[in-house]
Design a protein around this ligand. Structure first.
Ligand SMILES: NC(=O)c1ccc[n+]([C@@H]2O[C@H](COP(=O)([O-])OP(=O)(O)OC[C@H]3O[C@@H](n4cnc5c(N)ncnc54)[C@H](OP(=O)(O)O)[C@@H]3O)[C@@H](O)[C@H]2O)c1
Length: 302
């Protein structure tokens, strides 16, 4: 599956266009000829599902991409209502609308829905065992989308980051210029996945005849500690100015208690995705190299 299919006519609704995945998607969609309508939170607050329903019936989109979500995993523990609205009720409404109108829906989900601690590679048939409010709300969203039997595709991804915004890469590069010692969790394993990769694959699958759930992540796996070490190595190699971090030490999750429990294992099996695409997904190290170069370019212009 190598060629992009022509973009169907009519406006495509992109929700969450200011987020990591949404902001990577927007320019790709436009370049591919999609007419994109991407309301900001100020224009359409997605906690208001009645307003969304009116928006949909006014716009009559030709397809929907839902990159919006309540992603503040720890805050969701004390603020479950908006997490539930954004992550469970919103996709349910979109899926029902998409089914009724017979239009495409692309929705994103998370490695956290698997809630696995075993270390095995997780395929799409793995039973869900979400361990936090965020994860339970995302799992409920997935189940609602699948139950609506829409022409919907759910992409489950993991450890998303980009060259700017709030994510592990940018946080590490900030801390590595502020602190001599860092302690990073070493018992959670997954695959850091650039938002740009998610967006590129999303575009290829948007008009393709595939529905249901697919995992989408970089190849390989590492711990957060190994990811941080790789970032520090790159920063040193590239001569990033102001680096003062001398040492990163490994700690278990138990030393860094957070309100929301994270699964220890986020290793997504991407075999089905690779078979569909007809190619191997890039290794996480390759994605980091590319995203790091983008980060350097942004530093040079800021
Ligand atoms: N980040 C990860 O590591 C990760 C891992 C696995 C899966 N995912 C999934 O991937 C998808 C995209 O994640 P992401 O990292 O791109 O998320 P993100 O950067 O946090 O972006 C979330 C988007 O949702 C919007 N949003 C949130 N609440 C809203 C509201 N009340 N009204 C309107 N818009 C609202 C945000 O708008 P504002 O800018 O106005 O806040 C933003 O555009 C989500 O489904 C997430 O669950 C993410």
């Amino acid at each position: 599956m190598s060629d992009l299919l022509p973009a169907p006519a009519g406006p495509w609704l992109l929700l969450g266009s200011s987020g990591q995945i949404g902001s990577a998607l927007l320019p790709l969609l436009k370049a591919a000829g999609y007419l994109v309508v991407a309301p900001s939170r100020q224009e359409l607050d997605l906690r208001d599902l009645r307003a969304l329903a009116i928006y949909l019936s006014d716009l009559q989109p030709a397809g929907i991409l839902n990159a919006a979500a309540y992603t503040t995993v720890d805050r969701a523990e004390s603020e479950p209502a908006p997490a539930w609205t954004l992550n469970a009720e919103l996709p349910a409404l979109l899926a029902a609308y998409a089914t009724q109108q017979q239009i495409r829906l692309l929705h994103y989900s998370s490695d956290y829905v698997y809630g696995d601690d075993s270390g095995q590679w997780l395929d799409e048939q793995q039973p869900l065992a979400p361990q936090s409010v965020y994860a339970r709300s995302k799992a409920a969203g997935d189940q609602a989308v699948l139950a609506a039997n829409a022409n919907a595709l759910i992409l489950r991804t993991s450890w998303v980051y980009a060259a700017d915004g709030q994510n592990f890469l940018c946080t590490m590069l900030r801390l590595m210029r502020q602190q001599a010692q860092l302690q990073i969790v070493a018992d959670q394993i997954g695959a850091p996945t650039p938002a740009a990769l998610v967006a590129t694959v999303s575009l290829r699958l948007l008009a393709a005849p595939v529905s249901g759930v697919l995992n989408l992540a970089s190849r390989g796996s590492c711990s957060w500690y190994q990811f941080a070490k790789a970032i520090l190595d790159l920063a040193r190699q590239q001569g990033v100015s102001g680096l003062c971090c001398q040492h990163i030490s490994e700690i278990p999750s138990s030393v860094w208690p957070a309100p929301a429990r994270r699964p220890l294992n986020s290793r997504l099996n991407v075999t089905a995705m690779e078979q569909l695409l007809g190619e191997r997904l890039p290794d996480w190290q390759q994605g980091l190299q590319q995203t790091f170069q983008q980060w350097l370019a942004l530093q040079a212009t800021s």
